[in-house]
Ligand binder design. Sequence first.
Ligand code: AMP
Ligand code: MN
Length: 196
Amino acid sequence: MAAVKKAGPRTGLKLGPEYKRAGHVLLHAPSPHKLFGRVPIRHVVLMQMRFDGRLGFPGGFIDPKDGSLEEGLNRELTEELGPGATAAYVTENDYISSWVMENPQKIEGHFYAKQMSLEDLEHLEEGALHAKDHGLEVMGLVRVPLYTLRDGIGGLPAFLCNNFIGKAKEQLLEALGCLGLMPQNKLEEAVWASQK
Ligand code: AMP
Ligand code: MN
Protein backbone atom coordinates (compact mmCIF):
# COMPACT_ATOMS: atom_id res chain seq x y z
CA MET A 1 0.00 0.00 0.00
CA ALA A 2 1.53 3.31 -1.08
CA ALA A 3 1.24 6.43 1.04
CA VAL A 4 0.68 9.67 -0.83
CA LYS A 5 1.82 12.48 1.41
CA LYS A 6 0.45 15.98 1.10
CA ALA A 7 0.15 19.03 3.26
CA GLY A 8 -2.51 21.71 3.25
CA PRO A 9 -6.01 21.65 1.81
CA ARG A 10 -6.99 18.61 -0.22
CA THR A 11 -6.70 19.20 -3.95
CA GLY A 12 -8.82 16.21 -4.88
CA LEU A 13 -6.85 13.06 -5.62
CA LYS A 14 -9.32 10.92 -7.52
CA LEU A 15 -7.88 7.91 -9.29
CA GLY A 16 -10.92 6.77 -11.25
CA PRO A 17 -14.23 4.94 -10.95
CA GLU A 18 -12.57 1.56 -10.33
CA TYR A 19 -11.28 2.85 -6.97
CA LYS A 20 -13.62 2.89 -3.97
CA ARG A 21 -13.03 5.99 -1.83
CA ALA A 22 -12.64 6.04 1.94
CA GLY A 23 -12.13 8.75 4.54
CA HIS A 24 -10.99 8.58 8.17
CA VAL A 25 -10.22 11.18 10.83
CA LEU A 26 -8.08 11.57 13.93
CA LEU A 27 -10.00 13.66 16.51
CA HIS A 28 -8.04 15.43 19.21
CA ALA A 29 -8.41 17.99 21.99
CA PRO A 30 -5.92 19.62 24.36
CA SER A 31 -6.05 18.30 27.92
CA PRO A 32 -4.79 20.02 31.10
CA HIS A 33 -4.95 16.77 33.12
CA LYS A 34 -2.13 14.72 34.64
CA LEU A 35 -2.15 10.96 35.22
CA PHE A 36 -1.32 10.17 38.89
CA GLY A 37 -1.00 13.93 39.34
CA ARG A 38 2.35 14.02 37.49
CA VAL A 39 2.24 12.55 33.95
CA PRO A 40 0.87 15.11 31.44
CA ILE A 41 -1.96 13.76 29.27
CA ARG A 42 -1.14 16.57 26.76
CA HIS A 43 -3.95 15.82 24.29
CA VAL A 44 -6.87 13.47 24.07
CA VAL A 45 -6.44 11.56 20.78
CA LEU A 46 -9.24 9.22 19.71
CA MET A 47 -9.04 5.90 17.90
CA GLN A 48 -11.54 3.08 17.89
CA MET A 49 -11.58 -0.66 18.39
CA ARG A 50 -13.07 -1.96 15.16
CA PHE A 51 -15.33 -4.93 14.50
CA ASP A 52 -12.28 -6.84 13.18
CA GLY A 53 -10.34 -6.49 16.45
CA ARG A 54 -7.93 -3.92 15.03
CA LEU A 55 -7.50 -0.29 15.99
CA GLY A 56 -8.41 2.36 13.43
CA PHE A 57 -9.90 5.79 13.00
CA PRO A 58 -13.57 6.73 12.69
CA GLY A 59 -14.72 6.91 9.08
CA GLY A 60 -15.34 4.50 6.22
CA PHE A 61 -16.33 4.16 2.61
CA ILE A 62 -17.64 7.21 0.77
CA ASP A 63 -20.90 6.53 -1.07
CA PRO A 64 -21.09 7.75 -4.71
CA LYS A 65 -24.31 9.48 -3.53
CA ASP A 66 -22.34 11.60 -1.02
CA GLY A 67 -21.86 15.13 -2.35
CA SER A 68 -18.13 15.19 -1.54
CA LEU A 69 -15.45 13.24 0.27
CA GLU A 70 -15.95 15.37 3.36
CA GLU A 71 -19.76 14.99 3.28
CA GLY A 72 -19.34 11.23 3.04
CA LEU A 73 -16.85 11.14 5.89
CA ASN A 74 -19.14 13.31 8.04
CA ARG A 75 -22.05 10.96 7.33
CA GLU A 76 -19.84 8.04 8.46
CA LEU A 77 -18.92 9.99 11.60
CA THR A 78 -22.57 10.34 12.57
CA GLU A 79 -23.16 6.61 12.00
CA GLU A 80 -20.10 5.60 14.03
CA LEU A 81 -19.99 8.29 16.73
CA GLY A 82 -23.63 9.33 17.19
CA PRO A 83 -25.17 12.73 17.85
CA GLY A 84 -21.99 14.45 19.14
CA ALA A 85 -20.34 13.89 15.75
CA THR A 86 -21.45 17.27 14.37
CA ALA A 87 -18.66 18.95 16.40
CA ALA A 88 -16.22 16.55 14.70
CA TYR A 89 -17.27 17.28 11.12
CA VAL A 90 -14.28 17.87 8.83
CA THR A 91 -13.67 20.29 5.97
CA GLU A 92 -11.05 20.20 3.21
CA ASN A 93 -8.75 22.21 5.50
CA ASP A 94 -8.50 19.26 7.92
CA TYR A 95 -6.93 17.03 5.26
CA ILE A 96 -3.56 15.41 6.09
CA SER A 97 -2.65 12.68 3.57
CA SER A 98 -3.89 9.94 1.26
CA TRP A 99 -3.17 6.26 0.65
CA VAL A 100 -3.85 3.82 -2.15
CA MET A 101 -4.54 0.09 -1.94
CA GLU A 102 -4.51 -2.14 -5.06
CA ASN A 103 -5.18 -5.58 -3.53
CA PRO A 104 -7.49 -7.30 -2.64
CA GLN A 105 -9.58 -4.34 -3.78
CA LYS A 106 -8.79 -0.93 -5.25
CA ILE A 107 -9.32 1.77 -2.62
CA GLU A 108 -8.10 5.35 -2.35
CA GLY A 109 -8.22 6.58 1.23
CA HIS A 110 -8.03 10.06 2.67
CA PHE A 111 -6.90 10.91 6.17
CA TYR A 112 -7.93 13.99 8.14
CA ALA A 113 -7.26 15.38 11.62
CA LYS A 114 -9.63 17.67 13.47
CA GLN A 115 -9.05 19.59 16.68
CA MET A 116 -12.05 19.87 19.00
CA SER A 117 -12.57 21.47 22.40
CA LEU A 118 -12.17 19.01 25.28
CA GLU A 119 -15.80 19.66 26.18
CA ASP A 120 -17.07 18.76 22.68
CA LEU A 121 -14.84 15.69 22.52
CA GLU A 122 -16.06 14.40 25.91
CA HIS A 123 -19.66 15.07 24.85
CA LEU A 124 -18.96 13.02 21.72
CA GLU A 125 -17.53 10.16 23.83
CA GLU A 126 -20.63 10.13 26.03
CA GLY A 127 -22.97 10.00 23.03
CA ALA A 128 -20.97 7.37 21.11
CA LEU A 129 -22.71 4.53 22.97
CA HIS A 130 -25.91 5.58 21.19
CA ALA A 131 -24.40 5.60 17.70
CA LYS A 132 -26.02 3.41 15.04
CA ASP A 133 -22.79 1.40 14.58
CA HIS A 134 -21.93 1.00 18.28
CA GLY A 135 -21.42 -2.68 19.09
CA LEU A 136 -21.44 -3.51 15.37
CA GLU A 137 -18.71 -1.84 13.27
CA VAL A 138 -17.42 0.06 16.32
CA MET A 139 -16.60 -1.85 19.52
CA GLY A 140 -15.66 1.29 21.42
CA LEU A 141 -13.64 4.49 21.35
CA VAL A 142 -10.18 4.49 22.91
CA ARG A 143 -7.83 7.30 23.91
CA VAL A 144 -4.21 7.03 22.83
CA PRO A 145 -1.70 7.47 25.71
CA LEU A 146 0.80 10.15 24.66
CA TYR A 147 3.38 9.45 27.38
CA THR A 148 5.88 6.76 28.31
CA LEU A 149 5.81 5.47 31.87
CA ARG A 150 8.90 4.96 34.04
CA ASP A 151 9.27 1.33 32.91
CA GLY A 152 10.04 2.65 29.41
CA ILE A 153 7.30 0.66 27.64
CA GLY A 154 3.97 1.46 29.34
CA GLY A 155 1.97 4.16 27.58
CA LEU A 156 2.53 4.99 23.90
CA PRO A 157 5.19 2.27 23.23
CA ALA A 158 2.84 -0.49 24.46
CA PHE A 159 -0.10 1.08 22.61
CA LEU A 160 1.90 0.98 19.34
CA CYS A 161 2.28 -2.81 19.77
CA ASN A 162 -1.46 -3.25 19.10
CA ASN A 163 -2.80 -4.48 15.78
CA PHE A 164 -3.81 -1.59 13.48
CA ILE A 165 -5.90 -1.57 10.30
CA GLY A 166 -4.11 -0.61 7.11
CA LYS A 167 -1.99 2.51 7.52
CA ALA A 168 -3.59 3.58 10.81
CA LYS A 169 -0.41 3.30 12.89
CA GLU A 170 1.62 5.32 10.37
CA GLN A 171 -1.19 7.87 10.19
CA LEU A 172 -1.26 8.17 13.99
CA LEU A 173 2.50 8.81 14.13
CA GLU A 174 2.37 11.20 11.19
CA ALA A 175 -0.39 13.26 12.81
CA LEU A 176 1.23 13.29 16.28
CA GLY A 177 4.38 14.65 14.64
CA CYS A 178 2.98 17.14 12.15
CA LEU A 179 0.32 18.52 14.53
CA GLY A 180 2.88 18.85 17.34
CA LEU A 181 0.71 16.86 19.78
CA MET A 182 3.82 15.67 21.63
CA PRO A 183 7.50 16.62 21.61
CA GLN A 184 9.32 15.11 18.60
CA ASN A 185 12.08 13.51 20.73
CA LYS A 186 9.52 11.83 23.03
CA LEU A 187 7.64 10.57 19.97
CA GLU A 188 10.81 9.09 18.46
CA GLU A 189 11.78 7.50 21.80
CA ALA A 190 8.33 5.89 22.09
CA VAL A 191 8.50 4.47 18.55
CA TRP A 192 11.97 3.11 19.24
CA ALA A 193 10.88 1.54 22.58
CA SER A 194 7.87 -0.09 20.87
CA GLN A 195 10.19 -1.85 18.38
CA LYS A 196 12.51 -3.36 21.00
P1 AMP B 1 -13.95 1.07 7.16
O1 AMP B 1 -15.32 1.06 6.55
O2 AMP B 1 -13.80 2.10 8.24
O3 AMP B 1 -13.51 -0.30 7.61
O4 AMP B 1 -12.91 1.56 6.06
C1 AMP B 1 -13.06 1.32 4.66
C2 AMP B 1 -11.86 0.55 4.12
O5 AMP B 1 -10.65 1.20 4.43
C3 AMP B 1 -11.72 -0.87 4.67
O6 AMP B 1 -11.36 -1.69 3.56
C4 AMP B 1 -10.58 -0.79 5.65
O7 AMP B 1 -9.86 -2.00 5.65
C5 AMP B 1 -9.74 0.34 5.09
N1 AMP B 1 -9.13 1.14 6.15
C6 AMP B 1 -9.72 1.61 7.25
N2 AMP B 1 -8.88 2.39 7.97
C7 AMP B 1 -7.72 2.41 7.29
C8 AMP B 1 -6.47 3.03 7.50
N3 AMP B 1 -6.24 3.79 8.56
N4 AMP B 1 -5.50 2.85 6.58
C9 AMP B 1 -5.73 2.09 5.50
N5 AMP B 1 -6.89 1.46 5.25
C10 AMP B 1 -7.88 1.62 6.12
MN1 MN C 1 -15.47 2.61 9.67
